[in-house]
Design a protein around this ligand. Structure first.
Ligand SMILES: [Zn+2]
Length: 398
């Protein structure tokens, strides 16, 4: 039996979790602090000062890195409505954007009237990076997480725009940064190396894949953090809007729905009626959540119900019921994922088994969860292109 928080039900295998003598977790305690002890009106005036400090001096007032999910959409809307800034929207395309997301993006960009830069990295390289990160860390999202956080910083330098606004503060989910420290979280290279890149820099990655994969060293530049010297020279600030205004996902989803026509979507492994707004950006989200469940014994349903339990928006029995009913099932997108990488499910299971966090013991024989309505639109690698180009070494035997 895993130990769990008395309030939010997060298990002991959750990243950065600690329990106090009352059996309540540090993330719940942070939330109490956020509600009662942060002076949000002083934070708001800091935000006003920050925006005014950079306004009108550069080609754009700020950069908004944009996935099209609920948080970046709200961030963009808020900055434009509240401050009438002229933002540059920067979108890193991880390769798995869904139809519903693209439609949301188009509606948002047209309605708000913004300039957008969209960047898509080399797919052959992305596949190789996914395989390497999966084998090394049981987490194939290295290319996406490093790209999302580093690419906009490259654009900041190219365009000479020093102010970058991210959305949600990480204190909502983990204790890498603590609301109780009462400091503004900087989304910088330190954070990048602490919680984004899994301890693997792009130079490390280049070394890891060079034995069997042909690439130009410049191919990895979008995944590398730009030189701190250059960013400092620019006078950059890279911050989360959620450090300045109290973040409230459910309320914010209501706002972007009514003002921008933003729509939620079905996500594999989630209860579609209860949580239609979370992580709709990527058609491999189900695989990511499935791996997390196999490693740590919880998935996104646990995470979402934890937020609602903490906010008193759901009863523990209802949360338990949703978790039992939905969590840990095999996502249909797993088949596509295995085709991309050219590995079998047995190889996949063997890789993930090496990264399991005790005391959890995974079950690899779960039933499939239902297909989402857009499943048939998701990219399938044609037979001749499956797997990694040039790779002849098997992942592992087993
Ligand atoms: Zn808790």
């Amino acid at each position: 039996m895993m130990k769990r928080c008395k309030v939010c039900n997060l298990p002991e295998t959750y990243e950065t979790i600690e329990f106090d003598v009352g059996g309540v977790c540090n993330i719940c305690r942070q939330k109490e602090f956020k509600d009662s002890d942060i002076d949000w009106s002083s934070r708001k005036s800091q935000l006003v000062q920050l925006v005014e400090q950079y306004r009108g001096k550069y080609a754009y007032d700020c950069i908004v890195p944009f996935s099209g999910g609920k948080d970046s959409t709200f961030t963009l809307l808020y900055l434009i409505k509240e401050f009438k800034v002229k933002p540059l929207v920067v979108q890193f395309n991880h390769g798995f954007m869904r139809q519903g997301l693209l439609k949301n993006n188009e509606r948002t960009f047209r309605k708000l009237g913004v300039d957008v830069i969209n960047f898509t990295p080399n797919w052959q390289l992305v596949k190789r990076l996914m395989l390497e990160a999966l084998v090394r860390k049981g987490d194939f999202c290295w290319h996406c997480h490093t790209g999302i956080y580093s690419y906009p910083m490259h654009v900041a330098l190219q365009q000479q725009v020093p102010l970058i606004f991210w959305g949600e503060p990480s204190s909502e989910y983990t204790a890498y940064y603590d609301y109780r420290d009462n400091e503004i979280e900087e989304v910088d290279e330190e954070k990048f190396n602490r919680s984004t890149n899994l301890g693997i820099t792009s130079e490390d990655m280049a070394g890891m894949i060079s034995g069997d994969f042909e690439f130009d060293p410049r191919d990895l530049q979008p995944f590398s953090y730009p030189p701190m010297r250059d960013l400092k020279k620019l006078g950059y600030r890279s911050v989360c809007l959620g450090s300045y205004i109290p973040w409230d996902v459910k309320r914010q989803v209501g706002i972007i729905q009514s003002e921008l026509g933003w729509q939620g979507d079905q996500v594999e492994g989630m209860p579609w009626d209860e949580y239609p707004y979370e992580k709709i950006e990527c058609h491999l989200q189900g695989v990511r959540d499935y791996i997390k469940y196999l490693k740590r014994g919880y998935g996104r349903v646990t995470q979402m119900t934890a937020l609602d339990l903490r906010n008193g928006r759901i009863k523990p029995a209802e949360a338990r019921h949703l978790i039992d009913q939905y969590e840990g099932r095999k996502p249909p997108s797993l088949d596509l994922f295995l085709e991309y990488l050219g590995i079998t499910e047995m190889e996949f299971n063997n890789i993930v088994a090496k990264t399991v966090v005790p005391p959890y013991e995974p079950n690899f024989n779960a039933e499939y969860s239902p297909k989402t309505s857009d499943f048939n639109d998701w990219y399938r690698e044609p037979e001749g292109n499956r797997g990694i180009r040039g790779r002849i070494i098997p992942v592992m035997r087993g």
